[in-house]
Design a protein. Structure first.
Length: 345
């Protein structure tokens, strides 16, 4: 049996340097990401620079944006650990006390690890009641099965309750069955397609929507259990057999909460990038910018596929997303969001 021998004396800087060596930053980054981050950085130097930015009268927000807006998730966690080692203080809590408004909320969510951030977004959505249903559906359907599972674990750890019980506590009937089914689903991730099954289940979905009092349980079963690849085959078969897309058909019943949730689920499952483009468009084009939706999409997709979403936005609106964002928001919040969108100074 091994005996642990601790060193006689270590310094916080030595501890963090050891952490930096042990947790080297990944050098590869998705070509679909908008985040511009260095391949190498010093978490100690970043922590020290942030500490300096907090000193004196007022915070140096430009330094906060210059550092955190150009660090990937691994680098941000290294900075957070370095800051705590050096100053015995949680960087996130310090940021909350130093920043305000939409800027503070955006930085806070950006600093969280992805699963923890998704858990926070789900909790906020639940507290928003019916207005938050689309966010619950979005998270459950746009994320991978592994990411949904990680979100549920993070939710449990943070709030000491399960995500599914909080979702179920606020709704009833078929809508509850759908949302709980979505957040607890662990879909098969393969690419196999059963064409016979796709036709049969396209007919089930058509009957459920057309009759309105059809077999909702079967429609919910299909949407909450089938792989995304199988569902795309089913949605394509629906369009071929019934002359219209399933999402357009659902819009005929947009006043119904169940059908609205089904519509969001199908859009996210079928093409989440197009879905996110629409979320951004509605957040910016509406009377009064929806900063919460704008922040949610930018901070969750900047390291994944926001570049593709930006291209879809340009094709749909004939204007660059950064230009529309710059006209709608202001101040440090604007500078931070534009940084995450990849806009260079």
């Amino acid at each position: 049996m091994a005996t642990l021998v601790a060193p006689d004396k270590t310094s916080p800087v030595e501890d963090v340097e050891a952490l930096h060596k042990a947790c080297k930053v990944r050098k590869t980054q998705s070509t679909m990401a908008t985040l511009v981050a260095p391949t190498n950085h010093s978490p100690i130097e970043d922590a020290e620079a942030l500490r300096k930015a907090f000193k004196g009268w007022g915070t140096d927000e430009k330094t906060v944006i210059a550092i955190l807006g150009h660090r990937n998730v691994y680098q941000r966690q290294q900075i957070r650990k370095a800051y705590e080692q050096l100053y015995q203080e949680d960087l996130i809590k310090r940021l909350e006390s130093e920043l305000t408004g939409d800027f503070e909320r955006a930085v806070y969510r950006w600093m969280l690890e992805p699963a923890d951030r998704d858990a926070v977004l789900a909790h906020v959505a639940i507290k928003n009641g019916r207005k938050g249903d689309n966010v619950i559906v979005e998270l459950a359907c746009a994320l991978s099965s592994e990411e949904v599972l990680a979100m549920r674990r993070a939710y449990h750890n943070r709030y000491k309750r399960s995500l599914e019980e909080d979702v179920a506590a606020n709704i009833t009937g078929h809508l509850r069955q759908l949302l709980v089914g979505l957040v607890t689903s662990f879909r098969y991730g393969g690419h196999e397609i059963n064409a016979i099954l796709a036709k049969a289940e396209a007919d089930i979905l058509h009957k459920s929507i057309k009759e309105k009092k059809g077999n909702h349980e079967e429609a919910i079963r299909i949407l909450t259990t089938r792989s995304k690849t199988q569902l795309m085959a089913t949605f394509n078969r629906y369009r071929d057999d019934h002359g219209t897309s399933i999402t357009k058909k659902l819009l005929d019943h947009e006043s119904d909460d169940l059908y609205k949730a089904m519509h969001t689920a199908i859009r996210c499952l079928n093409d989440h990038k197009k879905y996110y483009e629409k979320v951004l468009r509605h957040a910016i084009k509406r009377i009064g910018t929806d900063e919460d939706a704008l922040t949610r999409v930018v901070v969750t997709r900047a390291e994944k596929d926001l570049r593709d979403i930006k291209e879809l936005y340009y094709k749909r609106n004939s204007v660059h997303l950064e230009n529309d964002v710059a006209k709608e928001i202001s101040g440090d919040y604007k500078n931070f969001i534009l940084t995450l969108l990849g806009k260079q100074d």
